[in-house]
Ligand binder design. Structure first.
Ligand code: ZN
Length: 64
C-alpha cells in the first residue's frame, strides 16, 4: 500500500563535508540504513549531514 518507488538511490541527499567525522559517520549510517530498507533512518541521517555544524579535523588543530 504505502510503497514508494524503490529506485531511489542510497546516496541522494546532502553531500558530506570532507574531513568532517560527523558527516563521515552519518553517511556510513545512511548507507547502512538504506541497506536495511530503513527509509526513515536514511532521512534522519540526511538531516544529520545537513544540520550539524561541520567540524573539519584541520580547522581547529592546525593552529595551537
Ligand atoms: Zn559535517
Amino acid at each position: 500500500m504505502a510503497t514508494e518507488l524503490p529506485n531511489r538511490r542510497p546516496l541522494v541527499g546532502p553531500a558530506p563535508v570532507d574531513g568532517c567525522r560527523i558527516c563521515y559517520a552519518a553517511v556510513q549510517g545512511r548507507a547502512a540504513a538504506w541497506t536495511r530498507g530503513d527509509e526513515r533512518g536514511v532521512q534522519s541521517f540526511n538531516e544529520m549531514v545537513d544540520q550539524h555544524p561541520h567540524q573539519r579535523a584541520t580547522d581547529r588543530r592546525g593552529t595551537t
